[in-house]
Design a protein around this ligand. Structure first.
Ligand code: HEM
Length: 415
């Protein structure tokens, strides 16, 4: 394929103000004309084809350690899985499973289901409209982390505030003044987690991780910090993003009501494919590298544009549409290769728990008010707000499936 010089003038660059709101036309053009593209505006390489992104994420020529450290202001982020490669990474990731692996998930699943019921009860009490991002997504994300960490009610409020402030560390292109605030929040978050660890229930996932001797205290705090910064806001926003697609489609909600737990699990993958909360992730080439769509020289900053790969028509039929029962669905919203999101099962299960309850308990829910707006943020992909009129509450329909889904519902085909 002939290399294209750059985006045509009529398409907004994906990092420009207009492109941040709707990056998909530019992603589609790049994927078609130059899937491994050197971007003159940023000096980075934008990799947008599915085959290219999937290959990049598995290829050691693309270093996550260098990729994350090249960010403008991450020098204060503790060492974590995402800032290491190879054996260093494996050493951190293996104990990280005590916090986020299947046994940890099984130990908190019922409590998270009860939290989902409670947050919906609270939303009903407060009345309409509900902001799905602030009143459904954020409390779910806080509940998930609180259960993993064994936090009290008071601790939840502190965690939510610190998580919100520290989440700015997700955005590799955040301006310096915002980045400074994020750095300070990261320090505070780490001190909070450090103090809490000493009091944590030894039987909660955090307690089990803290008792493990494979990590130093600093390394363990790095794992916790990454879970908060990498997990809280993406999970919170994923709920709003999902309802943005689900609520205007009564036929899909009816299918999910009829299909029960399996249907909710399947739909969550599709909703994450369509609006990946983490649209891209950074790497640096440690030597010249070949991808199916082109070559990247050594020492280059590269973005694997997961959101573009997730809409590649070579892999996904009707790539811009919601096909709720799409199977298989090898989307890259959780990345791929050695850094594949360690919490993918937890995220999918928690999301399916909440969304399943919403479609059953609130069969008439609708988006209230004018068209929701996408925020001009790069990471995470998020709405400014999503006002929802929940309509009639059918409380008994909510918690039919509080338990853990069957193992098949938790398989990660693309890990
Ligand atoms: C919808 C929510 C989430 C999405 C879309 C998401 C997505 C991702 C992606 C794309 C990566 C790979 C990054 C890379 O390769 O550079 C990743 C890694 C990771 N995520 Fe998630 N994540 C979510 C929620 C969470 C949550 C809730 C947690 C923890 C409680 C978490 C923990 C992690 C960890 C520890 C890693 C690093 C794994 C490694 O480097 O080996 N994530 N996530």
């Amino acid at each position: 394929m002939t290399k294209a010089a750059g985006l045509p003038a009529h398409l907004a660059h994906p990092f420009s103000p207009a492109g941040r709101i709707d990056p998909y036309p530019a992603y589609a053009w790049l994927r078609t004309h130059d899937p491994v593209h050197r971007d003159p505006m940023t000096g980075m390489w934008l990799v947008t084809g599915y085959a290219d992104c999937a290959a990049l994420l598995k290829d050691p020529a693309f270093s996550a350690a260098s990729g994350q450290r090249e960010r403008s202001r991450d020098d204060d982020l503790p060492v974590s899985m995402l800032t290491t490669d190879g054996l260093d990474h494996t050493r951190l990731r293996a104990p990280g499973a005590l916090l986020l692996g299947p046994a940890a998930l099984a130990s908190v699943a019922d409590a998270i289901a009860a939290d989902a019921d409670a947050l919906l009860d609270r939303a009903v009490e407060r009345g309409v409209p509900v902001d799905a991002v602030e009143e459904l997504g954020a409390p779910l994300a806080t509940a998930v982390l609180a259960r993993l960490f064994g936090l009290s009610e008071d601790g939840r409020a502190t965690l939510a505030a610190l998580a919100r402030a520290a989440s700015v560390n997700l955005d590799p292109l955040a301006p310096p003044q915002i980045a400074r605030v994020g750095r300070a929040a990261m320090g505070e978050l780490t001190r909070f987690l450090d103090a809490h660890t000493d009091r944590a229930d030894p039987h909660c996932p955090l307690g089990r991780l803290a008792a493990d001797t494979r990590l130093t205290r600093q390394e363990m705090l790095g794992v916790l910090g990454l879970a908060v910064v990498g997990g809280w806001q993406p999970l919170a926003e994923a709920v709003g993003n999902a309802l943005y697609w689900l609520l205007p489609r009564p036929e899909v909600r009816a299918a999910l009501r009829a299909g029960g737990r399996d249907a909710a699990d399947t739909a969550v993958d599709e909703l994450l494919r369509l609006e990946a909360p983490i649209p891209f992730t950074a790497r640096v080439t440690v030597h010249d590298a070949e991808l199916p769509g082109g070559r990247v020289p050594a020492g280059q900053r590269v973005l694997a544009v997961l959101a573009a790969a997730n809409r590649d028509p070579a892999v996904f039929a009707d790539p811009d549409g919601l096909v709720w029962d799409r199977r298989p669905n090898p989307h890259l919203a959780f990345g791929g290769g050695p850094h594949f999101c360690l919490a993918a099962r937890l995220v999918k299960q928690s999301g399916a728990t909440l969304l399943g309850r919403i479609v059953r308990r609130f069969p008439e829910a609708v988006i209230a008010g004018p068209d929701p707006r996408w925020a001009p943020s790069l990471i995470p992909r998020r709405l400014t707000a999503l006002p929802v009129d929940l309509g009639t509450d059918v409380p008994d329909a909510g918690s039919r499936d509080a338990g853990v889904p069957d193992a098949a519902g938790l398989q990660d085909a693309h890990a």
